[in-house]
Ligand binder design. Structure first.
Ligand SMILES: [Zn+2]
Length: 261
């Protein structure tokens, strides 16, 4: 685990591997606010950090186990309120039904009881807007720090030109959410997997362009009578490593299907 300081932001970056595949995930701490808790797999490293950091509240960007794995521990051992978008509360209260590789990669998440997020929150020095941005997860939120002009997002960026998605993800919803955050005045963008991007606005615009291009292409091929299977073969002929790693749960077919739905 690597601790990176950026201005008054602290980032704990973790790299987890499964065979040759590596995944990076971070938790962030700024002005007493802990953003995400990391996966339970990193418990031994993260708990000493949580004990050392001066945390006053916790916000979860969405319910996935790589972001919420230690929320149960924080709830049992501290008094900090733990917030999530209202549509994610049920997911957190229930036991997970994770697929095998997600269990192996991140570890299972214990149930806990988060509190519903409002549209805005405050910390000692900052005002934050909470922006509901579904597409990667139904309860996903972005956090906009008004004073700094920084945009925090969990998993909506990750990489600019995705060629594969999970079944629970949706290209049209991601497009709507990216457009929504671009209405805020930010340059720096902070992603749970890609870290701090100083030219973050550009990166978001690039991803939006790419996804809109894919959407148009899929729709026009479909209008010409091509099946979703044929469209996938034409646009995404190569398999992505995540396809195998996830035992085919992560696939380009979800890009095509979410557009044609
Ligand atoms: Zn996620």
């Amino acid at each position: 685990m690597k601790i990176i300081s950026y201005d008054d932001l602290q980032q704990a970056e973790m790299v987890l591997s499964f065979g040759k595949q590596k995944l990076t995930v971070s938790v962030f701490m700024i002005d007493g606010l802990l953003i995400d808790t990391g996966p339970v797999k990193m418990k031994a490293k993260l708990i000493p950090l949580f004990e050392q950091w001066d945390i006053t509240k916790v916000i979860l960007t969405h319910h996935h186990e790589d972001h919420t794995g230690l929320a149960y521990w924080l709830q049992e051992n501290t008094e900090f309120p733990i917030y999530i978008h209202e549509s994610g509360i049920k997911d957190c209260e229930n036991r997970t039904k994770l697929s095998f590789y997600r269990k192996v990669f991140w570890g299972d998440r214990e149930p806990f009881q988060p509190i519903e997020l409002n549209d805005t929150i405050t910390t000692d020095n900052y005002n934050w807007d909470v922006i509901h941005t579904p597409g990667h997860a139904h309860d996903h939120v972005a956090l906009f720090n008004q004073e700094k002009g920084w945009m925090f997002r969990g998993d909506l960026y990750i990489q600019p030109t995705p060629k594969s998605l999970f079944a629970f993800e949706s290209v049209p919803e991601i497009i709507t959410s990216l457009k929504k955050i671009l209405t805020y005045d930010f340059e720096t963008y902070i992603c749970s997997h890609a870290g701090v991007k100083v030219r973050g606005r550009q990166a978001i615009e690039k991803k939006l362009d790419y996804l809109e291009g894919v959407q148009q292409e899929v729709q026009s091929l479909n209008n010409q009578g091509m099946t979703s299977h044929a469209i996938r073969k034409k646009l995404f002929p190569k398999s992505h490593p995540m396809h195998y790693l996830s035992f085919f749960e992560n696939s380009p077919k979800h890009i095509v299907n979410s557009i044609l739905k």
